[in-house]
Design a protein around this ligand. Structure first.
Ligand code: GLC
Length: 578
């Protein structure tokens, strides 16, 4: 509700993927000094908070989402002093540092013996034996990165749980020592000057302690998706309230990643304003529109009707129930949004990026911009084969699906490669494109850790910053609008209009005397729009806030306007001034 204002409701977050942002020492891996050298860039864009994917010490099985020391920096990224300088540099420019807190699991340390003092920090279970006397895992849960979620440990004859990679054992949150350790980590970093946390798969920390078998949804696999037994589990609110107390003490920001839960009524229990838990959550319904969980690589086309239903349900529910939305279309786990939701064709690409910026950036919630999204960066090129990919999820999928099951089937392999090029997590992990120099200005070294996209000579920051027609300046304009019309865009209501339209997504935001129309065309075609009666006065008497193509919007005698391919605009009507 509008009366519950908060600084984080008026903020925009920018996400940095440290290994791919900027390399300062030529080793081919991005680093913290590299980030510090681009703080002016972030300030020009106009973001308030900067979230870095994990920079802590890690064997990097999952790019730092496998932490081995919560009090040390991964050396290729820099030092503790670099982090202090980063925080200072951000704060000096009016920005804040948001840290990625990965505490559902750690890297695979300390699981050698039953006497190990840290053994109870993880989840261990004895084997089950089938009717033939063969040893089996304690249940049939599947891991996110393929195979059983349980790994057998010969030395102790028990299995440990890993909902992600084998090297990412889940922490046992039932153990009070684990919870206390997490609280200590939070305090340490908050004292250091971080302004809050993005909490990795935080809705998985409370598991159903009977660890039941999951119902069989995939008869072709022995392993089944058991999310209902570990997402938003029995003690989730108790655990989150403990975290919430610390966050409150520091007036800290928080966003929890909450996959597999599609009911806003469940999520609002974690993010409702007076719940004392988290500020907001990443829900996955939009991301899952074209990828049926649990695997993201199966082909599925998203539908406009579904997008409208999902967006409108979350927008309305959170507004009416005092919750808050985290708005995103991209992150380090997703393909680039122009390729998934709009058109990456050269003639449409910039329009697409701006259209999606309008669509997302003016909704109710806190917008998240993922590095390169502000430049309209695209997925990996069509020429990429599997050898170019680095992501463990992608490579495991290839191994399991192709090498084990379809090794001879070249047609199937080609289809799978196409899916991977559309949805692999690596799509968002290619080096940032700074300029048209070698390796896009990302590194001065001889080889970046992952290939640079082929389009960097044209699509880069140097070509866009200061260029009024660029995607970058368009995003900056959207973020300025959010500030200038703070009440309207942070606290205003949301209303979907012309629901049946399968090409256009149109919505209203309203606050007091102000009403804004946001209209976006997701298609590559020109669309004649019969202007709904409630929109007529806005188009006739309103002022233009932003447009991605200069185009006449006067209503013709038959009551329609023509909307150009991938067009987007926002118009504001102030009732008190008419
Ligand atoms: C989250 C992260 C992802 C990581 C996984 C396991 O989904 O965003 O990158 O692989 O958690 O930590």
């Amino acid at each position: 509700m509008p009366e519950n204002t908060a600084w984080w409701k008026e903020s925009t977050v920018y996400q940095i993927y440290p290994s791919s942002f900027k390399d300062s020492n030529g080793d081919g891996i991005g680093d913290i000094p590299g980030i510090i050298s681009e703080l002016d860039y972030l300030q020009k864009l106009g973001v308030d908070l900067v979230w870095l994917s994990p920079i802590l010490q890690s064997p990097q099985v999952d790019m730092g989402y496998d932490v081995s020391d919560y009090y040390a920096i991964h050396p290729p990224y820099g030092t503790m002093e670099d982090v202090d300088n980063l925080i200072k540099g951000l704060n000096a420019r009016g920005m804040k540092y948001i840290m990625d807190l990965v505490v559902n699991h750690t890297s695979d340390q300390s699981r050698s013996s039953k006497e190990n003092p840290y053994r109870d920090w993880y989840i261990w279970k004895p084997p089950r034996y089938d009717e033939h006397g063969n040893r089996q895992p304690p249940n049939n849960w599947i891991a996110a990165f393929e195979g059983s979620a349980w790994e057998y440990d010969e030395a102790t004859d028990e299995y440990y749980l890993h909902l992600f990679a084998v090297e990412q054992p889940d922490l046992n949150w039932e153990n009070p020592k684990v919870r206390a350790a997490v609280h200590d980590i939070m305090r340490y970093w908050l004292d250091k000057g971080v302004s809050g946390f993005r909490m990795d798969v935080i809705n998985m920390i409370s598991k159903d302690q009977s660890f039941p078998d999951a119902p069989i949804t995939n008869p072709n696999s022995p392993w089944q998706h058991g999310a209902q037994f570990y997402c938003n589990g029995p003690r989730i609110h108790e655990f989150l309230q403990d975290l919430g107390k610390i966050l409150k003490e520091y007036d800290a920001f928080s966003v929890g990643e909450m996959p597999n839960v599609y009911d806003p009524a469940e999520i609002v229990k974690c993010v409702g304003f007076d719940r004392g838990e988290l500020a907001m959550a990443f829900q996955f319904e939009i991301m899952d529109l074209d990828q049926p969980a649990p695997t993201k690589f199966l082909p599925k086309k998203w539908e406009m009707s579904a997008l409208k239903e999902v967006v409108s349900r979350w927008q309305t529910f959170m507004y009416e129930n005092d919750g808050w939305n985290a708005l995103y279309l991209e992150n380090h786990d997703q393909g680039r949004s122009i390729c998934r939701f709009a058109s990456p064709k050269p003639e449409f690409r910039a329009y697409s990026a701006k259209m999606l910026a309008t669509f997302l950036g003016l909704q109710s919630g806190t917008p998240f911009v993922y590095q390169g999204q502000e430049l309209g960066l695209a997925n990996v090129p069509d020429s990429w084969g599997i050898d170019k990919f680095r992501d463990l999820e992608t490579l495991n999928y290839w191994k399991d699906e192709i090498l084990q099951h379809h090794a001879q089937d070249t047609e199937y392999q080609e289809m799978t490669m196409k899916e991977i090029r559309l949805k692999s997590r690596d799509n968002g992990r290619l080096p940032m494109q700074w300029n048209k120099e070698k390796f896009a200005g990302f590194t001065t070294g001889t080889e970046p850790w992952i290939g640079v996209n082929e389009d960097y000579e044209e699509w880069n920051a140097a070509a866009q910053v200061g260029n009024p027609d660029s995607v970058f300046e368009y995003w900056a304009q959207i973020l300025r609008l959010r500030k200038k019309y703070k009440n309207l865009f942070a606290y205003g209501s949301y209303k979907l209009i012309d629901e049946p339209n399968q090409d256009l997504f149109a919505y209203l935001r309203a606050y007091g005397d102000q009403t804004a129309l946001i209209l976006t065309n997701f298609t590559e075609k020109e669309v004649g729009w019969t202007v709904p009666s409630e929109v007529v006065p806005i188009l006739k008497g309103g002022t233009l806030l932003v447009e991605n193509r200069n185009h006449d919007r006067s209503i013709s005698s038959d009551g329609t306007i023509t909307v150009q391919p991938l067009e987007a605009f926002a118009v504001l009507l102030n009732k008190s001034s008419v």
